[in-house]
Design a protein around this ligand. Sequence first.
Ligand code: GDP
Length: 392
Amino acid sequence: MKLAMIGFGQAGGKIVDRFLEYDDRTGSGIVRAAIAVNSAKADLMGLDNIPQENRVLIGQARVKGHGVGADNELGAEIAEEDIDEVQNAIDAIPTHEVDAFLVVAGMGGGTGSGGAPVLAKHLKRIYTIPVYGLGVLPGTDEGGIYTLNAARSFQTFVREVDNLMVFDNDSWRQTGESVEGGYDQINEEIVRRFGILFGAGEVGDGQEVAESVVDSSEIINTLSGGGVSTVGFASEDVELNTGGGLLSRFTGESGGDDDLDAANTTNRITSLVRKAALGRLTLPCEIEGTERALLVLAGPSEYLNRKGIERGRKWLEEETGSMEVRGGDYPREEPEVAAAILLSGVTNVPRIKRLQQVAIEAQDNIDDIQAESEENLEELVEDDEDELEPLF
Ligand code: GDP
């Protein structure tokens, strides 16, 4: 499916920038337009792939290109004040060729955390196509203010988008990595998962037509109904077939080999589906109770079969208890078979409940510290007997 991607804030901009690179590298054709919005000039300058004219600096009157720190209320305010500048950039893209908007932001910071929900609300008012969010949760080691920002942004962002897909940095943190190096790897994981998912609905001219194609309406139907989504993923390397037919077909004369290949293909698919659903999700949660799901099997077409996908789909129905599990394949000439599973409308998410608890504690602490420091300052400034008088 074709998306207009808008990265809000530093994380959002970097992730959209990475999606463009992925699109070029794989020819997936999902990024119809890419825009970055930020209040920090340096962050916009640090992007590699988003065209200069699609980089929008907001809040210049208020913060002079230096960003909002981690103040997401200020982030929301300047987004509202300068929404016309963002709209000007959107006006320049052919929205009639776009299936949906995807607003991407880190929810722990300031500009994206506050601005992304404001933009989503604006887009929903103006356009009829769906507006999706991709929100990144901060690591638990980032501290109270980031957690509080994320908890408040999450509440607002979910309300303003047609569906909020969540990626949790905490689940993907690697020890011993520099933060920057770590983000590079994490961003690659993000674009790979979402790239396969959205790429499924975008089979280009000349590409093989899938046995059971996933088209963009199936992605949209899975995401419709709103709420929060998470994505599971698993892949296995395979050899690309260069000569026609599976490699093993060269060695055997009997039809038995084909049966064996078919059985292997089916087994590979079903085990990938299990691994994807039960392994690390972009947002860890209980998959039972998921409202809707979409299973996408990507790989060289000779490694995909209807039976495998059908079995995987049935298994997902049983595991989630959902009556709305869609599935299909996405043929592409990469030397791997990959299963990407979109679980939409998840509600049993202990990670969010913990985040909210820590956020409330941080909020109480901040209030206490503020009250205390006001008291301390007053004590310092005022003389004990109140004999001195200020000038005015
Ligand atoms: P903003 O520019 O004020 O919107 O804030 P940032 O985007 O810099 O940071 C917000 C949060 O996003 C941070 O707390 C991190 O959790 C996360 N973050 C920052 N950069 C990246 C990145 O490149 N990738 C990912 N996955 N997360 C990031």
